[in-house]
Design a protein around this ligand. Sequence first.
Ligand SMILES: [Zn+2]
Length: 75
Amino acid sequence: MSAKLPSPRSEDAGKPARAKAPNRASACPICGKPAAAGYSPFCSSRCADIDLGHWLGGRYAVPGEPLSREPEEED
Ligand SMILES: [Zn+2]
């Protein structure tokens, strides 16, 4: 018969699948805290929403958590 199949790749067998990185030392781009596994690269859903808010324009409130007016307790 004719050779329909291309040369079989046996490379995949030797590559270790990078499932979960233990700690990639990635900091939350919003607040700088260590990123959480479930919210990577953010530290929490809150920061993820904040970033999302930036993408959406940063003016409208993001559905879920209010982030427009944060109580600034610095003064
Ligand atoms: Zn954060």
